[in-house]
Design a protein around this ligand. Structure first.
Ligand code: SAH
Length: 219
């Protein structure tokens, strides 16, 4: 069932060229996207579309992010092998697997129990379980247990930057988070330069499903 044939690999190569043209330059990011068979993370009705640069519905009214968006966020994170990353919003686990392919130690948290269970099963089947640990809970408060992190990647749109994330970063660590209203969010990168000194950069607009929970939108 989980086959990855030459046709899939060919489609993935095309996808890589497409997102390279859209501006992704980090070869390690492109390699990681190439390494993860995205069609394994989609419902079978969308299989034919797995290598289009589009977001698709997964269960529970949620979405698997567009490959370009996954690449963009991963590039901003500038993660190096053996560094730790906390991902907020496991969803299909696709982004988590891309981070694992970057060599990161990944902690990922999901609010929705059905998605969490499905993602965990997928990670076990694909043998990413040594590299990715899945948690069920409200990720808008981060995950104190394994903090501080080299990177925190938020894959749902937040109304504002939750302070909890800032103080779960290492010095030099980066938070990548889309912030805005329900329709569009600005991608932000916040770097913890010193204990209490942070810098903030703003990038393009994106459209994510809402971050729920204590520091997110009220459900
Ligand atoms: N990274 C995912 C895409 C995530 S879509 C992938 O690669 O497929 C956003 C996800 O964030 C949804 O699954 C949603 O249930 C989850 N989410 C929303 N609010 C959350 C919260 N407070 N904590 C953890 N997950 C949350």
């Amino acid at each position: 069932m989980l086959e990855d044939n030459f046709q899939h690999k060919g489609l993935r190569k095309k996808l890589i060229e497409e997102i390279r043209k859209k501006g992704i330059q980090d070869e390690n990011v492109l390699k990681a996207i190439h390494a993860v068979p995205r069609h394994w993370f989609l419902d079978s009705v969308f299989l034919q579309h797995a290598y289009q640069d589009k977001a698709f519905p997964i269960d529970e009214g949620q979405t698997i992010s567009q490959p370009y968006t996954v690449a963009f966020q991963t590039e901003l994170l500038e993660i190096k092998p053996y560094q730790s990353v906390l991902e907020i919003g496991t969803g299909s686990a696709y982004q988590a697997c891309v981070l694992a392919e970057m060599g990161a130690k990944v902690y990922t948290i999901e609010y929705n129990e059905i998605l969490h269970r499905k993602a965990k099963r997928m990670i076990d089947i694909l043998r990413y379980d040594k590299k990715i640990q899945c948690f069920l809970g409200d990720g808008s408060q981060g995950l104190k247990q394994f903090a501080p992190y080299d990177g925190i990647l938020v894959t749902a749109g937040a109304p504002a930057v939750p302070e909890a994330f800032l103080f779960q970063l290492k010095i030099g660590g980066k938070l990548i988070i889309p912030v805005g209203d329900n329709d569009t969010q600005k991608m932000m990168r916040i770097t913890r330069k010193e204990e209490k000194h942070f810098t903030q950069e703003e990038f393009d607009n994106f459209s994510f499903v809402p971050l729920l929970g204590k520091n997110g939108w009220k459900s």
